[in-house]
Ligand binder design. Structure first.
Ligand code: AMP
Ligand code: MG
Length: 357
């Protein structure tokens, strides 16, 4: 168990988030269910992309699945996905390609698929960042999937540079509600973020309508809200497990400046944003190890909206709002600071004092 805080409990139906968000939530929930059912078939040898990162059967399968479902409902909306079928069309990828076609036949509505149709669904994710588009990371935390850790499926709708809907499917995470121990109120619930052999679920943020947890069964939503901790010395932080993705030593120095001695929770992908939104920690930082690296929109959009709608705040290291108008990457932002809002200025002060870039 990572953490538990007291939260108000609301029972709300998925439909009340509006038709587009309800649809996106259902699609990602279906993807989580399928991936959980197929998990043992998905591992095997990953392929290596041109940027040297690994890509698995699961990445291709989820991108094909989400692309086909979105195309049915929103035929005019472009999809900007992390993956495309380039590597899958090559000769060394023959085995993986066959596996994706076979599993896609089990996962996609309509059953068996021709190879070309499956490759075309994956390549539907090569859409352009227009005035309205979806962005997808089919497996965020591919290395987490491979090592038996956390990974998520992240989908966001952007309209005029603003994230309107963020959905994060979490096959290996549960955010549970339980009656509060305080006898004086039946309204509170304890939200506990639990890792391990758990049910899984989906976090959904909708601009102006809050951030919610949808379990894999039923259509009731439970509100996600950030920690109310205001004392910097009590800051608990989340950080990437991959040392290449962010500077953990620098985060430890920031925590020391804040007088916090809590060890950072290390985790893959936007699972971290969901835990922050659920109040399991107060801070999430991404401190570039490569000054030229720019964050991909599919790694940040859904998580940022869910954290903000849960009452948190998300900026870059300079305190600037994330600018989603610069295409596939956040060209005008450096690093990420996401917090429960109450501790944000204290963190930015330390970043400024230490000249962290
Ligand atoms: P995390 O598990 O939080 O480190 O996030 C995983 C994501 O980090 C992947 O989906 C990649 O898109 C992204 N990533 C890959 N290389 C880098 C890098 N050098 N710096 C920061 N993020 C990266
Ligand atoms: Mg990713």
């Amino acid at each position: 168990m990572v953490a538990a805080k007291h939260r108000r409990r609301y029972l709300v139906h998925l439909e009340s988030l509006g038709p587009d968000a309800a649809f996106a939530g259902e699609v990602i929930r279906d993807a989580v269910r399928s991936i959980r059912a197929l998990e043992r078939d998905l591992l095997g040898d990953p392929l290596t992309k041109a940027n040297a990162s690994p890509v698995t059967v699961a990445d291709f399968l989820v991108q094909a699945f989400v692309a086909s479902r979105l195309a049915q409902r929103f035929p005019d909306d472009p999809l900007v996905g992390e993956e495309d079928a380039t590597v899958l069309r090559t000769e060394p990828a023959r085995k993986v390609r066959r596996r994706v076609v076979e599993l896609a036949g089990r996962m996609l509505p309509g059953g068996a698929l021709e190879t070309e149709q499956m490759l075309a669904w994956i390549d539907r994710g090569r859409g352009a960042c227009g005035h309205r588009f979806w962005t997808l990371d089919p497996i965020d935390g591919t290395k987490g999937l491979l090592r038996g850790g956390q990974y998520v499926i992240a989908l966001a709708l952007l309209v005029d540079g603003s994230v309107q809907i963020g959905v994060i499917g979490c096959p290996r995470l549960s955010v549970r509600t339980a009656p509060a121990s305080r006898a004086d109120s039946g309204e509170h619930a304890m939200v506990a973020a639990v890792e391990g052999d758990v049910e899984g679920g989906v976090a959904i943020g909708v601009r102006g309508r809050g951030a919610w947890w949808l379990s894999l069964h039923g259509d009731h939503l439970t509100r996600l809200s950030v920690s109310t901790e205001a004392n910097p010395a009590q800051t608990c932080a989340l950080h990437s497990l991959e040392s290449r993705h962010s500077d953990l030593d620098e985060l430890r120095r920031v925590l020391r400046e804040l007088r916090s001695d809590a060890s950072p929770i290390l985790m893959d992908g936007q699972t971290k944003h969901v835990l922050l939104a659920a109040g399991a920690a107060e801070l999430l930082m991404r401190i570039p190890t490569d000054p030229l690296y720019r964050e991909a929109i599919w790694d940040q959009a859904a998580g940022a909206l869910i954290v903000e709608e849960a009452g948190g705040r998300v900026t870059d290291l300079d305190g600037l709002a994330l600018d989603f108008t610069t295409g596939r990457h956040l060209l005008r932002n450096t690093g990420i600071v996401a917090s429960n809002s109450l501790l944000h200025d204290a963190v930015l002060d330390v970043v400024r004092q230490r000249s962290i870039r």
